[in-house]
Ligand binder design. Structure first.
Ligand code: SAM
Ligand code: SF4
Length: 482
């Protein structure tokens, strides 16, 4: 698998525990174990939860068997994500039989839908907190300690946790995630996010810039700005265009990118996710103007056929999507582009699927995350369409595009052979102690000799070999540290 900070669902990280250096100053601290599933936004939320609970006298532990409180931060995006969490809960139940005072709670996207079943019916959980209820966790935990069950799944129109400085779980200390907005108003017909994470709201830009500044002062060299649809980030203006405070400037996503890029030339900026219907030329111009905004865009297409895109309620056609691809190449010729694709959406015919294949063949994405359609409760698709593409057809369509994409990723890496790229060193390679790895601006992983180099440094690497997932090369220059 390719290392990528912006990965939608990073298989290597599923179920990883949130562990922090900061421990409570209280001696009688309680031991907290948080495990996270799903997208990067969930991992970022676990850092907020850890921050809130450390302030309440908790410390994090790596082994759930040592914990006084186990929290599992969940994902609902596809059915298999939910099944994985439900299996994991069985392990925690086993421990609870031996340790009756153990508190087991569920956070995140599965909270709302499964609260009744898991708290009251099956009684496998003591506590459930939805994505906007994390400030309430200390009270919820006290309620459980007093012998009752505790549930808060209220969604908010305002909560952005802007004032909470998340503790960092990143092992590398070099790259971090900053949430810039929460929720989503798009209502793509296949997607459960608007139901689990609520309405879209943007976070105060000053708190974002302060967090980026704080991170660079602590030695971080890369931030990824996170949101479900970053292009609709807005501050001081409503979705209808009403200005909230005429004395203050309006901040849109391009302005925010610029502000964060200005924090330091040594801080790399990435972001995820862009929506094709909202990606503006202004954003592309801003990216082209700042060397430290990486040449990489994740632009999920989902499908290549216009009828399917319409049923998906994506708000664009394949022609519009291809126009956005041309615009990216015009403003940033070296820009890498990745995408998300869903196969086997309701009623998808062979011909409609073939148009997805054609589009992928035409664009030749540098990377893609590919999924079989999984029907989700409450969504527009569940209510309006039949999930009628047989499982074996979904599976064979998925395998075909995975095979094709592997070739495209290899092609993209081969184009780098013989070229030099600037790489931010992230750490020691998993395969060899004598090698380091980092990523270039286009988000490709680069492996090279360790020598006397350190993580956090920028180096120029001449690429001399590649696989479909990795570039290999020699360091030919080092940037002086500021
Ligand atoms: N907000 C982003 C967007 O609009 O592209 C990403 C949202 S989602 C967390 C990540 C990806 O999961 C989507 O782009 C889509 O490809 C996939 N996905 C979402 N719902 C799905 C479903 N019901 N079945 C299969 N894949 C799904
Ligand atoms: Fe889901 Fe669409 Fe929102 Fe992405 S933009 S989170 S796919 S509703």
């Amino acid at each position: 698998m390719r290392y990528t900070g912006n990965k939608v669902i990073d298989e290597n990280k599923q179920g990883e525990a949130t562990l922090v250096d900061e421990t409570s100053e209280l001696k009688n601290y309680k031991k907290l174990y948080i495990e996270s599933y799903g997208c990067q936004m969930n991992f970022s939320d676990s850092e907020i939860v850890a921050s809130i609970l450390i302030g309440e006298g908790y410390t994090t532990v790596a082994d759930f068997k040592e914990a006084d409180v186990i929290l599992i931060n969940t994902c609902s995006i596809r059915d298999n994500a939910e099944q994985r969490v439900l299996n994991r809960l069985r392990n925690f139940q086993g421990l609870k039989k031996k340790k009756p005072d153990l508190i087991v709670g569920m956070l995140g996207c599965m909270a709302e839908r499964l609260k009744y079943e898991l708290v009251e019916k099956k009684k496998v959980l003591d506590l459930v907190a939805g994505p906007d209820a994390y400030r309430d966790l200390p009270r919820l935990l006290q309620t459980v300690e007093s012998g009752q069950k505790a549930v808060n799944v209220l969604l908010s129109r305002e909560e952005t946790y802007a004032d909470i400085s998340p503790v960092r779980l990143d092992a590398n200390g070099i790259s971090a995630f900053i949430s810039i907005m929460r929720g989503c108003d798009n209502m793509c017909s296949f997607c459960v996010v608007p139901f689990t994470r609520g309405r879209e709201r943007s976070r105060d830009p000053e708190s974002i810039v302060t967090e980026a500044r704080d991170l660079i002062n602590k030695g971080y060299r890369e931030v990824t700005l996170l949101g479900q649809n970053v292009d609709s980030y807005k501050w001081n203006i409503t979705a209808k265009g009403e200005i909230l405070n005429p004395e203050e400037p309006i901040v849109k996503f391009a302005d925010l990118l610029e502000k964060v890029a200005m924090v330091s030339p040594d801080l790399r900026i990435r972001y995820s996710t862009s929506h094709p219907k909202d990606l503006t030329n202004e954003v592309l111009e801003t990216m082209a103007r700042h060397e430290n905004i990486c040449d990489y865009i994740h632009l999920p297409v989902q499908a290549g056929n216009n009828e399917i895109l319409k049923k998906m309620n994506r708000g664009y056609t394949s022609e519009w999507y291809l126009d956005r691809i041309s615009a990216i190449k015009r403003y940033i010729p070296e820009c890498a582009i990745s995408t998300d694709v869903i196969v086997g959406f309701c009623g998808e015919t062979d011909e409609q699927y073939a148009e997805t294949v054609d589009l992928m063949n035409y664009v030749k994405f540098d990377f893609a995350y590919m999924f079989k359609y999984s029907e989700r409760p409450k969504t527009l698709a569940e209510r309006n369409f039949n999930d009628n593409v047989p499982e074996d057809i979904k599976a064979s369509r998925l395998q075909s595009i995975i095979d094709m994409q592997l070739e495209h990723s290899h092609l993209s890496n081969k184009k780098m052979v013989g070229k030099t790229c600037k790489v931010l060193i992230e750490g020691v390679s998993k395969r060899s102690e004598n090698k380091l790895y980092g990523r270039n601006s286009q988000n490709a992983v680069v492996i090279f000799d360790r020598d006397d180099l350190q993580k956090g440094e920028y180096v120029d690497v001449l690429i001399d070999d590649c696989t479909s997932a990795t570039l290999f090369g020699k360091v030919i220059d080092k940037y002086s540290k500021n």
